[in-house]
Design a protein. Structure first.
Length: 329
């Protein structure tokens, strides 16, 4: 399987190796987290109860489901209509490698979609638009309660300026074409094709960045991420932590923004530390802040990773079966 525009060649052996890396990373995260707050986490889970855990996981499923609907919508706008079940399996498979550096999870989606007639450029354009819509969605959610924490206002203002600048640049077709011409004449021959591919991906993404499409994408993102933010509020409430829903929504959304900006896989470390720190600032005891953070991250990030690994294994099985069927003809 060849590489393209930064997508590595992903053989079956390499995919299985990445799955093992993900599993070991998950076990290490859980081990360190639970070791540092095992009694607090078990006590928190006892207060939340099985019904509470089920409710939180349901909110996470709402998040994944709405984001998949948006993904399907973006691909449709780009002219690719894939059977929902096949596309859902591929979409979830991307979650399986969320914590692997280099956005390999999304690269896996592009590789699998290639077998359904979707080129790398449109699938990467859909991915770029999805991440951009997520940033705007989480910005909107964080802005709901930013007045609660004044220290976060400069970060959100800088992010707002960045998002506006990206929108302005992407709306200027002449600028993009000018950059392409400049790159093709100025860059070394070995770098020019890669830059040309990036510009082509941006051209595809412009279809999904049209105002009416962005309203749909951002709207779905706000509801999707808002569901997990409300789940975080449920966790705190069931643990007996007096944090209002606006504060909980702000803390969760702002932590996710920090995780995204940090470029760490799955926001590991950055999002967790931010969530704990903001809870402590709002007079939540440290042991409760650690327990609530670990619990919500297991129910959101690691639940997605677990579903993704299952979907990835199923997709590899389907691909192997298709390959055997072709050989039999």
């Amino acid at each position: 399987m060849s590489s393209y525009a930064g997508i590595p060649a992903l053989s079956e052996r390499r995919l299985h190796a990445l799955i093992w890396v993900t599993l070991l990373s998950g076990l290490a995260y859980l081990g360190v987290s639970l070791y540092s707050g095992w009694s607090q986490v078990t006590a928190a889970m006892g207060r939340v109860g099985l019904a509470g855990v089920a409710a939180i996981l349901t909110m996470s499923l709402i998040n994944y489901g709405l984001r998949f609907v948006r993904w399907q919508y973006y691909l449709g706008r780009l002219g690719h209509h894939i059977r929902a079940w096949d596309n859902l399996r591929i979409y979830l498979a991307g979650f399986g490698l969320t914590i692997v550096p280099g956005k390999v999870g999304e690269a896996v989606r592009s590789v699998f979609l290639k077998g359904y007639g979707v080129g790398y450029r449109p699938s990467l354009a859909a991915f770029f638009t999805e991440r951009f819509a997520d940033l705007i969605s989480m910005f909107c959610l964080a802005a709901i309660g930013v007045w609660i924490h004044g220290a976060a206002q400069p970060v959100l203002l800088l992010l707002a300026a960045f998002l506006c600048a990206v929108v302005v640049i992407l709306c200027q077709q002449r600028w993009i074409d000018g950059l392409r011409r400049l790159a093709m004449t100025s860059l070394p021959a070995r770098l020019a094709p890669g830059f040309d591919s990036v510009v082509s991906i941006v051209h595809h993404a412009r279809t999904c960045l049209a105002p009416q499409v962005m309203v749909v994408g951002v709207g779905l993102g706000i509801v999707a991420w808002g569901a997990e933010g409300i789940a975080f509020h449920f966790v705190l409430d069931w643990m007996g932590v007096p944090v209002g829903w606006r504060t909980a929504l702000f803390i969760y959304a702002f932590a996710m923004l920090v995780g995204a900006i940090s470029f760490l896989p799955g926001g590991l470390g950055g999002a967790d530390a931010t969530m704990i720190g903001l809870l402590v600032v709002h007079d939540v005891p440290l042991h409760s802040a650690v327990a609530a953070t670990i619990l919500i991250r297991i129910a959101t990030l690691w639940f997605a990773v677990a579903l993704g690994i299952g979907a990835l294994g199923l997709q590899l099985h389907v691909r192997a079966k298709d390959r055997d069927d072709r050989k039999s003809y």
